[in-house]
Design a protein around this ligand. Structure first.
Ligand code: GAF
Length: 410
């Protein structure tokens, strides 16, 4: 997690690499978190979302395993946020991936899942060593899992020489999370982390998996508002919400809630109990808000964009019931602070982060006001982080500036 005064995650990864494996890495992976502007709990309903990859990032300093001539070996990772390293022994070249074996517990399961899916799709992998340092808080609704999955995929692809295509890697990472780790999430997070475009939000259609960049007006800042509460998605009520949405679609006679409009919902209301109706209404109205938000951003209509955020928060709080007292308090604190166009919780919900769109020129006044407002309401401290929309997961060569010689004679 980004701590004021600590070195950047990139530098921490390089230092941790030297401490764990000795010497220098040969490459660095940068893998962003995502914030979802609007389109919450729509992805597993074949719907629409509008996330952005943000500059809260995970960095991995890496090097191919020493003496790993050819394929096989192991992926060995250490992380500043994990007590134990992750080690994935790769099957000897030519043997099938280890599908069917039990996933390793904790973060190693994500690393293993990505390696298993990559090997199934592309064949034998080369071993590598890596040190992970991250500014992405875990369990805060900012996709720390997807950021890690994509970082591991990028490391494997780099070392083994596999082609990198953001959409197929997002799908593969999603498969690892669903089928290996056992978290039945949608595709939003992986598409956002892999497909980020600097300065843009991403209009994602989760049915056909298309991603269309939408430019963010320069005068607006995305601000992440961390309530300092945490949840684990696997143990949360996420699965219940998925089941309620599937039930609503079945009772309305549509393949997915994506296919229901307000008209159909009104006609079919008598078939749904009040809770199922409310869940469906959130998804149906949220898909509309995504399109309206994309249009508002394109038109530079920030008042309209802010209004949609605030309306989206009410819908996810009252109809979908995945907010929390702290998330509601944070949204209220943001709305009362200077320069705020609108605010809502972001991600899976139950705890974690909200986000706001804020007039960039008023950030200096917004940040302390929201901190104070949140503390007054909850007694808790918070983290208020103005962010930029950045490019998706990528690998860069490691250039050791310390080894660059002094300038030659003048
Ligand atoms: C979590 C999930 F991982 C996503 O797939 C999505 O459903 C989101 O919650 C809610 O929009 O981040």
């Amino acid at each position: 997690m980004r701590q004021s005064g600590s070195p950047p995650a990139r530098d921490r990864a390089v230092a941790d690499f030297a401490a764990a494996f000795g010497g220098r890495p040969t490459a660095l992976v940068r893998s962003p978190a995502r914030v979802n502007l609007i389109g919450e709990h729509t992805d597993y309903n074949d719907g629409l979302c509008l996330p952005a990859a943000i500059d809260l990032e995970m960095w991995v300093a890496l090097r191919p395993s020493p003496g790993a001539a050819g394929r096989g070996g192991a992926i060995e990772l250490v992380s500043e946020t994990e007590p134990a390293p992750a080690r994935v022994d790769l099957p000897p070249p030519g043997t099938p991936p280890r599908a069917g074996t039990r996933p390793a517990p904790g973060w190693a399961g994500y690393v293993e899942g990505v390696a298993v899916m990559l090997a199934a799709a592309h064949g034998d992998l080369d071993g590598w060593q890596g040190a992970v340092a991250s500014d992405v808080p875990k369990g805060a609704g900012l996709s720390s899992s997807a950021s890690l999955e994509l970082a591991v995929a990028a490391g494997c692809a780099h070392v083994t020489g596999l082609p990198w295509d953001a959409r197929s890697m997002a799908r593969l990472a999603h498969r690892a999370e669903n089928t290996w780790v056992g978290a039945a999430t949608g595709l939003l997070d992986q598409l956002a982390c892999a497909g980020g475009v600097a300065g843009h939000a991403l209009l994602v259609d989760c049915r056909d998996e298309t991603v269309e960049p939408v430019a963010l007006p320069e005068e607006v800042a995305i601000v992440v508002l961390d309530t300092s509460t945490r949840r684990r998605i696997v143990t949360s009520a996420y699965a219940d919400r998925r089941a309620e949405c599937a039930r609503a679609a079945r009772l309305l006679g549509v393949p997915a809630l994506r296919d229901a409009g307000l008209g159909l919902l009104a006609e079919g209301a008598w078939r749904l109990d009040p809770v199922t109706y409310a869940r469906a209404r959130h998804v149906v109205t949220e898909n509309r808000r995504v399109l309206d938000m994309a249009a508002a951003l394109r038109a530079g209509d920030l008042a309209a964009a802010g209004g949609l955020l605030t309306e989206g928060h009410r819908s996810i709080r009252d109809d979908f019931a995945v907010s929390s007292l702290e998330l509601d308090a944070m949204v209220e604190a943001a709305l009362a602070a200077p320069g705020c166009y609108g605010a809502r919780m972001t991600g899976g919900g139950f705890a974690g982060c909200a986000m706001a769109l804020v007039e960039r020129s008023r950030l200096d006044a917004f940040v302390p006001a929201v901190r104070e407002g949140y503390r007054a309401a909850t007694g808790r401290s918070s983290c208020v982080l103005p962010c930029s929309a950045v490019a998706g997961t990528a690998v860069e060569p490691f250039r050791d500036l310390c080894e660059v010689g002094p300038p030659g004679p003048q």
